[in-house]
Design a protein around this ligand. Structure first.
Ligand code: ATP
Ligand code: MG
Length: 380
């Protein structure tokens, strides 16, 4: 097994042994498949890369690379791109790579784990279509990367009218770690009825105002933002998010301010600093941004403190759909193996599926209880 991993990644066996011991490489199983995932970038393979192997075969699926963020479009776009820019919608969900392994459609999360919940739901929603698309592409070298959006998942929840519960939109088709041009992605996915991210325009790189117009519209609709790509993928993409998202993230994150809130704060404020600068916000417009930003930070956090002071628990809550109790248990075991103990509040049957209302307790709950008890803060 270690030899297969070493061979696949071009490392020597001792190195792999050390990396497994130090948990940089994590080995896990999913329904009879064994796989190794990289928890950080290694030997040119991005974090989240997986090596999946069977008796006499193995497959490497590269991690999805990070996308550089632009904060000043007028500067970044003309400098970064070559001639034209494909403006794609950035959907707000979680990143899932889909591969055909042993003729099974498997869903791999950003960190490089096969998520049983995502795999099962994706199979119900699009299984045969994904299989056909990958068969046409060549399932040995190709895999898809896309965003799962909607409310029914354990990771991120934003409402989208086009996929209120669970949807999947492909944003890249990879051949051995290299993305195909967006046009090719659209052809293949459309041919097989697999949804892809909306392409909002193809514009000249010097026409930044057109891109800004597209973003302004997304902002008004409360949508996340854009990913800008070269039509031939000659240079890496850039991402840009709307103020609606920057501030909305803070509002949501600050409910759990000792966790997400803390890591969200500076990055979101930075984005708004440069947006205010680029758009020349002044006077009452700047005042109203300041109030909105301040409220997004303070109000949800204060609400959480009050809730805990009243003796209530603070937890993320969501509803998931399963085929049956085995599938629910497989998912709970998977989360427990990651150190996350979920609480199943209740389950019921609906349209032939098992639905579960689930709570994920947050550290903020424990930390704030301590502060309320002692009157002291762990942070200076
Ligand atoms: P990173 O900063 O490392 O890219 P992240 O998930 O925190 O990771 P995001 O700000 O969400 O970063 O932006 C990158 C992610 O955006 C991608 O990993 C992908 O999941 C998602 N995404 C949504 N729409 C697209 C799209 N059209 N093209 C590429 N990625 C997209
Ligand atoms: Mg995201």
């Amino acid at each position: 097994m270690l030899d297969v991993i070493a061979d696949s990644l071009g490392l020597d066996r001792e190195r792999v042994e050390g990396l497994v011991r130090s948990r940089v490489i994590r080995i896990r199983g999913y329904r009879g498949l064994l796989y190794a995932s990289l928890r950080r970038e290694l030997a040119g393979y991005p974090e989240g890369t997986v090596v999946i192997f069977g008796r006499d075969w193995s497959r490497v699926i590269h991690g999805y690379p990070p996308i550089q963020r632009a904060v000043l479009l007028r500067v970044a776009v003309p400098r970064h791109f070559i001639d034209r820019v494909v403006v794609e919608e950035k959907l707000n969900g979680y990143n899932v790579r889909v591969a055909l392994i042993d003729d099974r459609v498997v869903a791999i999360t950003r960190g490089g784990l096969i998520c049983p919940y995502t795999t099962a739901r994706l199979n119900r929603l699009l299984g045969p279509k994904l299989r056909e698309a990958l068969r046409e592409l060549g399932p040995e070298e190709h895999y898809l990367a896309g965003e799962v959006i909607g409310l029914e998942n354990p990771y991120t929840r934003y409402f989208y009218p086009e996929a209120p519960r669970f949807g999947y939109f492909v944003f890249d088709v990879f051949r051995e770690g290299k993305p195909l041009p967006p046009r090719r992605r659209d052809e293949v996915t459309e041919k097989h009825g697999v949804p892809h991210v909306p392409v909002l325009g193809i514009v000249d790189k010097d026409n930044v105002d057109e891109i800004r117009g597209i973003i302004a519209k997304l902002h008004r609709e409360g949508r996340e933002g854009v990913v800008l790509k070269d039509p031939e993928y000659r240079v890496n993409p850039l991402k840009y998010t709307t103020p609606a998202t920057n501030i909305g993230d803070l509002r949501i994150g600050m409910r759990f301010f000792m966790e997400e809130g803390r890591s969200f704060l500076f990055s979101r404020i930075l984005r708004e600093i440069f947006r205010a600068y680029e758009e020349g916000l002044e006077g009452p417009k700047l005042d109203s941004l300041a109030l909105e930003l301040g409220s997004a930070i303070l109000r949800p956090a204060i609400e959480t403190v009050k809730q805990i002071a009243r003796g209530e628990m603070v937890a993320e809550e969501f509803e998931l759909e399963f085929a049956n109790a085995d599938e629910l248990n497989e998912f709970l075991d998977y989360m427990a193996s990651l150190g996350i103990d979920l609480i199943v509040e209740k389950t019921w049957e609906e349209n032939g599926y098992l639905r579960a209302r689930i709570k994920k307790p947050k550290d903020t709950w424990i930390e704030v209880r301590k502060i309320l008890e002692t009157g002291l803060t762990p942070i200076d």
